[in-house]
Design a protein around this ligand. Sequence first.
Ligand SMILES: [Cu+2]
Length: 122
Amino acid sequence: MRASLAVLALALTAAAPAPEQRIDVALSSFKFTPSTITLVHGQAYVLHLTSSGGHNFAARDFFAAATIAPADRAKIRDGKIELDSGDAVDLHFTAPRAGTYPIKCTHLLHASFGMTGKFVVS
Ligand SMILES: [Cu+2]
C-alpha cells in the first residue's frame, strides 16, 4: 500500500503542468491594451480581461485552437467574450500551435476605430 501511494505521488508530480502565467488585457474605447499578446505553445495561462465600456473580445480562431479550461468554456459565445463596463473575466487556457490569431471587438465600428489585436504564439 505504501509503495503504491509513492508511485501515485510520483505520477502526480510528473504530470504537474508548468505554472500558469497571468496576462492582463484592458478593453477600452477603442483599443486592447496590450494589443499584441505573445504566448508559448503548450504553456498554461490565465487571461484576465477588464473593460471600461461595452466591448467584446472576439478571437474565434484562437479559441477554437487553444485548449480552454472546461469551467471557462461557457464564457465564450460564438467565438466572443462579451463585457459590460466594469466587468472582469478570467479565462484559463493552454496556448495552441504556433501562429498568429486575430482579436477584435465586433461591436459596430469598434474595429474600424482601432479595436483590434492579435495573439502571437511561438
Ligand atoms: Cu468595442
